[in-house]
Design a protein around this ligand. Sequence first.
Ligand SMILES: *[C@@H]1O[C@H](CO)[C@@H](O)[C@H](O)[C@H]1NC(C)=O
Ligand SMILES: *[C@@H]1O[C@H](CO)[C@@H](O)[C@H](O)[C@H]1NC(C)=O
Ligand SMILES: *[C@@H]1O[C@H](CO)[C@@H](O)[C@H](O)[C@H]1NC(C)=O
Ligand SMILES: *[C@@H]1O[C@H](CO)[C@@H](O)[C@H](O)[C@H]1NC(C)=O
Length: 434
Amino acid sequence: MHTLSLLAGLSAAGLAAAFHSHVDTTTSCLWSPLVREGQATCASPRPVLKQKIQPDEEQPGLGRASQNNTSKEHALPDPWVGPEKCHGQFCLFFNPKAGDGLSLLTSARIATVAADLPFPLNLGVEPGAIYEAQVPGKGAGLFANRTIRRGEIIMQRTPALLIQSELHIELDPAAREALYKAAVNRMPAASRERFLGQIGDTVYDKVEKNSFRVFVDGENTHSPHLGIYPEVSKMNHDCRPNVHYRLRDITHTSVAVRDIQPGEELTISYIFGKAPRATRLSQLEDWGFSCSCQQCTLPPKEAGASDSRIRQIQALEDEIETLMSRARGEGIRPEMGAKLVELYLAERLDAYLSPAYTRAALIYSMFGNEERAREYAREAAAALERETGPYARDLESMRELAENPKRHWSWAIKATSGTPVAERPANKTQAKKG
Ligand SMILES: *[C@@H]1O[C@H](CO)[C@@H](O)[C@H](O)[C@H]1NC(C)=O
Ligand SMILES: *[C@@H]1O[C@H](CO)[C@@H](O)[C@H](O)[C@H]1NC(C)=O
Ligand SMILES: *[C@@H]1O[C@H](CO)[C@@H](O)[C@H](O)[C@H]1NC(C)=O
Ligand SMILES: *[C@@H]1O[C@H](CO)[C@@H](O)[C@H](O)[C@H]1NC(C)=O
């Protein structure tokens, strides 16, 4: 939908709107919803668990089951089992065929939605490509046993346990404990062992410390749940991780964002890494975690340089946004795109490159610089695919820009003067002249 309005071209809503929808940074809030993660672009930097969870809204098309009707009428298709062990509207459902077995604690209505969701394609590296080993001071960790290339999918998983957030926060502790115990007992032995092997003293504690926020409605906006993926949880934190993860429906996908050497530890970021050091430390501390990664333990001078780059990135992005909301992006300069990419790379933000490359590609295209536009658009497409997945909303547009810049809506907007953007015909010959 978004893509269509973009490709409809300049007449849609002018340059600013087109640009903004291209580099919409809010997608990182939707698609990287780790519970513990305070996204800089999200409204609140607090861990989600500490926020008031909104009750589910009744959504059209989500099935007519009432919130708490646990009768046979709402029984789920094979091989789902349940509802069982209900407390009020919350029950246990189980699917032995989803991944290594999925225990679902939710309402009957949401269970019918979950039963319709696609399960992962079982992608990931071959057995033996990664291994588990102890990391001093951190417990278990995952390591590469061969070179893993940037863009490789390391693992794609369904949760072992999926819990409606409201249940976790608001159900009375005795009822919650009973449900959690039943859910864990339902897991096949190997899966249960992996689940219990995670950090945390009790099941409740393990859920608090290891869950990712998952939306069970097919749209990634409603029905917050807590998904526990014990294999993913083995990856330790790094503010400059070599693995990025994304969530869609209940599928968790981990992708390499750099080439990873044999013997190197695989890491993900538990927080939004593109934040100054003090913010990162306090976010990690919010859930009792003192960061010892390389980026957190830089000597003062380098730590200062890093913070300064983060501030420059923020300032430059704000400036680009402001200039882009003017008619024809008045005041924008081509080197702003290159500078932005340079700062991201210097700061080793390999897990978050798509906004930088996307902006750079568009800016160079606007100035009719074909070589640069193509180069950045290729990188943007690859980064979008890693970071957001094949459904990334700017992916098609960036591929088209890489393929044929002169047919892209942004081409040479800055190279001709006088004609209002919205009135210029899509005319290669004309655009080229500058
Ligand atoms: C629950 O399902 C039963 C069996 O189909 C039905 O008769 C009943 O009306 C439903 N109750 C509610 C509150 O929807
Ligand atoms: C159904 O849920 C509502 C509110 O969640 C509650 O007031 C009601 O007692 C429940 N009914 C049954 C039969 O559990
Ligand atoms: C690492 O890979 C080698 C083969 O390249 C294999 O023999 C070995 O078992 C692997 N190690 C682990 C821990 O899987
Ligand atoms: C494109 O521009 C060229 C040169 O300005 C002009 O001759 C041609 O008619 C234009 N084509 C269209 C479709 O507007």
